[in-house]
Design a protein around this ligand. Structure first.
Ligand SMILES: Cc1cc2nc3c(=O)[nH]c(=O)nc-3n(C[C@H](O)[C@H](O)[C@H](O)COP(=O)(O)OP(=O)(O)OC[C@H]3O[C@@H](n4cnc5c(N)ncnc54)[C@H](O)[C@@H]3O)c2cc1C
Length: 517
């Protein structure tokens, strides 16, 4: 049962939304979570104009019908202008609050389409953005050329080299399934539906394998990318090492990645799952968490999420309207060791739902039970360098506020282990200096999200004495900028790279923009 999913979807329905955007993502996971698939999310407009960066282009009229037709002839995939049926679906994002209005969409079928699209935009000085699934929120923009990569959903496993060649549109479920057939696992995230490229080039925190093997970005072997000059390049630690470094953090600032080669690891099962505790145990769970992770081995990963379940019929009666703590665990060692490590949680009392046990690696989605259907959300995160008793008090205070219902999920993840390593070809992941990541999301129409975000910003503010001062790229909020996710030194180096590859800053949409100056 996908509990956060139901929670998010139901929160959406509770605040009744208008419907008109089409957001279609293939959700194989929904089949595994029948309760969720019974709940159809309203496809609606949730955009908030205050987050927009509007520009002047409006579509076919501005670009010229002939030019658009000429481009369409060269594209194997599809081209949409705002006048076309299919345009709305082509820009739909997993986050229903993210509603870009590009003047042109190229739904690329392959690298040649990406090259043609970039060359078209560069010749006309039109900004370029790229979207895979639309899981990450950025300020809405119009007047740009959007490349979507959903059709580039290819995966090939090279067992000899222990790598996967992954197309720009692949999501984690695609890779895990094929890799597991060979006894291998990627450094995937909690949700099967998140895009591999966006996740990995944002750092890539695997809540299953990260503490054992490190950041996904540090295990990229090769990147094929169309740079702003329209060239298709293959970059590695040896070939164009500076671009290789910058892409593994700077993402679409330096081009559109068409294919990634990522490292795989010999993992076929884990001990873990989730335990849901009722509201009366939330404080005890939050206080037990630092004790559980304090001396934990690298093989053990734990996080705690506090969830607000709205009072709607889609939610099982036992959970309806309740505030819960969700303990998530993955252990790559023995079952006995795993049980011993979570003993402080067991001592709190019986969980309402408990899925802890030995599972095949392919069942990873049951640990976090992320949403499988698109929904409207804003998020905010903070990296903590330490979690002393006063920081725990602050978290408990935030937990009590979250119980009010405006924050749908508030989680704290343990980092450290191999995530703290700095390999020779380290990527610009600023989170390796942190020991915890705190993140929250609020779901619903603007007035609810506004109040929820105020609460989340307050939480981040209260945690500032222990914060590194930065957010983890993949969990940054919509309004976070490059300055908020990169260290000052890395940002300076990224800017130099930007001056070299994109001096006009054409690739400034839908990313943490690294301005050339
Ligand atoms: C439910 C949920 C669970 C999550 N779990 C985790 C987790 O466990 N660990 C973690 O680290 N993160 C996690 N995330 C965050 C997620 O990794 C980021 O939101 C990530 O950016 C999503 O990538 P995407 O490609 O799916 O999304 P998109 O919004 O499509 O893209 C995100 C960014 O990547 C860029 N990008 C996409 N494709 C390309 C490309 N081909 N070339 C260059 N740039 C590209 C986009 O321009 C954008 O800047 C989670 C998010 C959600 C909503």
């Amino acid at each position: 049962m996908n509990l956060f999913g139901v929670c998010a979807v139901a929160a959406t329905r509770r605040h009744l939304v208008t419907r008109d955007a089409s957001a279609a993502l293939s959700c194989r996971v929904a089949e595994s979570f029948p309760l969720l698939s019974q709940v159809t999310v309203g496809q609606g407009r949730f955009s908030d104009e205050r987050h927009s960066t509007m520009t002047e282009y409006q579509g076919r009229n501005v670009l010229g019908e002939d030019a658009v037709a000429e481009l369409a002839d060269r594209i194997e995939g599809s081209v949409f202008t705002p006048d076309d049926a299919g345009y709305v679906g082509s820009v739909a994002a997993f986050n229903l609050r993210s509603q870009h209005r590009p003047c042109l969409v190229v739904a690329a079928a392959g690298a040649a389409d990406v090259r043609a699209a970039v060359a078209f935009a560069a010749a006309r000085d039109i900004p370029v953005g790229v979207m895979a699934t639309g899981h990450q929120p950025f300020p809405a923009a119009d007047g740009f050329l959007l490349v979507t990569t959903g059709a580039m959903r290819t995966v090939e496993i090279d067992t000899e080299r222990g790598v996967a060649r992954v197309g720009a549109g692949a999501v984690w479920s695609d890779v895990v399934e094929l890799a597991q057939a060979e006894g291998l696992a990627p450094l995937n995230g909690s949700s099967p539906l998140v895009g591999v490229v966006g996740f990995t080039l944002g750092g890539g925190l695997s809540p299953f394998l990260g503490r054992s093997y490190g950041w996904a970005a540090d295990h990229v072997v090769a990147i094929e990318v169309v740079t702003p000059d329209g060239a298709l390049r293959r970059v590695t630690a040896e070939v164009e090492p500076e671009l290789f470094w910058g892409l593994r953090g700077g993402r679409s600032n330096f081009g559109i990645v068409t294919e990634l080669e990522i490292g795989l690891f010999p993992v076929t099962s884990f001990y873990g799952g989730g335990i849901y505790f009722p509201a009366e145990h939330v404080e005890a769970v939050v206080r037990a968490f630092p004790e559980v992770v304090r001396d934990a081995p690298h093989a053990f990963t734990c996080s705690v999420a506090l969830l607000n379940f709205p009072s709607v019929p889609e939610i099982p009666e036992s959970l309806r309207g309740r505030f819960l703590a969700h303990v998530r665990v993955t252990h790559l060692g023995s079952d006995e060791e795993g049980e011993k490590l979570i003993a402080p949680f067991r001592a709190i009392g019986e969980g309402m739902i408990d899925t802890i046990g030995r599972h095949p690696y392919g069942a990873y989605a049951l640990v976090h039970t992320d949403p499988a259907d698109p929904f409207p959300y804003e998020e905010q995160g903070a990296l903590l360098a330490e979690l002393p008793a006063r920081a725990v008090d602050s978290l408990v205070e935030s937990a009590q506020l979250a119980a009010g219902g405006l924050v749908t999920v508030l989680e704290i993840r343990h980092l450290g282990g191999a995530l703290a390593d700095r390999p020779a070809a380290a990527s610009p992941v600023a989170a390796r200096d942190a020991v915890f990541n705190v993140w929250g999301a609020t779901v619903g129409p603007p007035e609810v999200v506004d109040a929820g975000m105020a609460m989340l910003r307050g939480m981040v503010e209260r945690l500032s004495p222990w914060s590194t001062g930065l957010a983890y790229t993949n969990f940054a909020g919509r309004d976070d900028r490059a300055e908020d996710v990169f260290t000052a030194d890395d940002l300076e180096r990224l800017r130099a790279l930007k001056r070299h590859h994109d001096p006009r800053n054409l690739f400034r949409v839908n990313n943490h923009n690294v301005a050339p100056e």
